[in-house]
Design a protein around this ligand. Structure first.
Ligand SMILES: *Cc1c(COP(=O)(O)O)cnc(C)c1O
Length: 423
């Protein structure tokens, strides 16, 4: 099936007489005939549902669809993007381990990695992804377990050289985890470029309607855990909490995603709810149409902003002359999403006046919504970062993140125009 067809027909395939739309299995539990049936489920010897903290049929259908869209062997839908990020890393790490992460990540991710994971005993080194692989190699340690980066960074819109960074990770015997939130699998499939694990905040473009917070972790099935058993012993040694199950032996190339569910989803309880998975599926059905339009509208708006005399700088990888344009041509041939970063000449004060003057475009702590919205990162999502960290993340104190929506682009530009005059 082609991408757009998978968006509609992937995952849920109704049989004779069954509902055409994805059913919502609003049930915590599932009924079985014998203790033997249940024992097999608990020992991970049979597939099936027993409790919606671990798995649920509605969620399962959506997981299969997203895995198919990203080109993975399996997926887990989580209650948020933050949960997906945490699960993706903590399936690999324990106290005493180390992660190499790009410094331009989403502010919430930086906080999770630098503060909360540190409290869990995992140390993270933030690096400038533009450095060469030779330079970046110095940050790896014997206890490094993963490399983490974003396809299109939020909010700097920097594009990651996924193929090169995947090689860097593999040269050090660790997997590359990609946050593919802004690109979505429609614009970029990191697994095709060598990424081993992909995660999303599905809250953004995949849900697409600003209805439900969610996340997903996708396993490429390509990382050879057994070949790196010294770094990842939990994949090849018996898990006593599952009656001695050895993940690589029992589940082959799906070892990572099964381990993630069996251990962390079981213990942390952050599986997506069936109702939210239903909404997510609605968003997925129209993902290709929406993404193409976001890209078209954002390109028009980026060109408008680039010519405006009150705008000092526009970051949109789709713009010719953008520092990220060459990488965008390679990794994002269909477009660069609806997110644009720009800096007003008047700095912080002009930014505030501009945002307060907007009439249609709303000020929201959100991005990748169906409606256009703006945010001032330095005073909201990234306010916990120091000026130095802001700079490292590629953000000016006066920069504005604009998420171009699906309104008629002439209305979007008219609103920007009148607000820029006020700035
Ligand atoms: C929003 C966002 C997250 C966090 O996702 P939530 O669904 O808000 O928990 C992670 N990464 C990126 C790139 C995001 O934009």
């Amino acid at each position: 099936m082609e991408f757009a067809t998978k968006c509609l027909h992937g995952g849920y395939e109704p049989k004779n007489g069954e509902a055409g739309a994805l059913p919502i299995f609003q049930s915590t539990t599932f009924k079985y005939d014998s203790t033997d049936d249940v024992a097999k489920l608990f020992d991970l010897q049979a597939a099936g549902f027993f409790y919606s903290r671990l798995a649920n049929p509605t969620v399962d259908f959506v997981e299969k669809k997203i895995a198919a869209l990203e080109g993975g062997v399996g997926a887990i839908c989580t209650s948020s993007g933050q949960a997906a990020c945490f699960i993706s890393l903590m399936t690999l790490c324990k106290a005493g381990d180390h992660v190499v992460a790009c410094s331009n990540l989403y502010g919430g991710t930086i906080n999770l990695l630098a503060v909360t994971m540190k409290r869990f005993g995992v140390e993270v080194t933030f690096v400038d992804q533009r450095k060469s692989n030779e330079e970046l190699s110095q940050y790896f340690k014997p206890n490094t377990k993963a490399v983490f980066g974003e396809t299109i960074a939020n909010p700097s819109t920097d594009v990651l050289d996924i193929e090169r960074i995947a090689k860097l990770a593999h040269d050090h015997g660790v997997p590359l985890i990609i946050d593919n939130t802004f690109a979505t699998p429609y614009l970029c499939r990191p697994i095709e470029w060598g990424a081993d694990i992909v995660m999303h905040s599905t809250t953004k473009y995949i849900d697409g309607h600003a209805l439900s917070v969610g996340g997903v972790v996708v396993d490429s099935g390509k990382f050879d855990w057994a070949a790196h058993a010294d770094k990842f012993p939990e994949f090849v040694e018996p898990d006593e909490s599952y009656h001695g199950c050895v993940y690589t032996k029992a589940f082959g190339n799906a070892a990572y995603i099964v381990k993630a569910r069996a251990q962390l989803i079981r213990d942390l309880g952050c599986l997506q709810s069936p109702q939210n998975a239903f909404y997510l599926n609605l968003g997925l059905e129209t993902l290709p149409l929406r993404m193409a339009k976001y890209c078209e509208n954002a390109t028009t708006v980026a060109k408008f902003l680039a010519c405006h005399d009150k705008v000092a700088e526009v970051s949109y990888p789709g713009l010719e002359g953008s520092a990220n344009h060459e990488l965008a041509k390679k990794y994002l041939p269909l477009g660069c999403s609806g997110v644009i970063s720009f800096v007003l000449k008047g700095g912080r004060e002009a930014g505030v006046r501009f945002i307060d003057s907007l009439k249609m475009i709303s000020l929201e702590v959100h991005v990748a919504d169906i409606k256009s919205c703006v945010l001032h990162p330095a005073s909201s999502t990234h306010r916990q970062l120091t000026d130095e960290q802001l700079k490292a993340a590629g953000i000016d104190a006066g920069s504005v993140r604009l998420s171009v929506g699906l309104e008629d682009v002439n209305d979007t530009i008219a609103d920007l125009k009148q607000a820029l005059e006020q700035a």
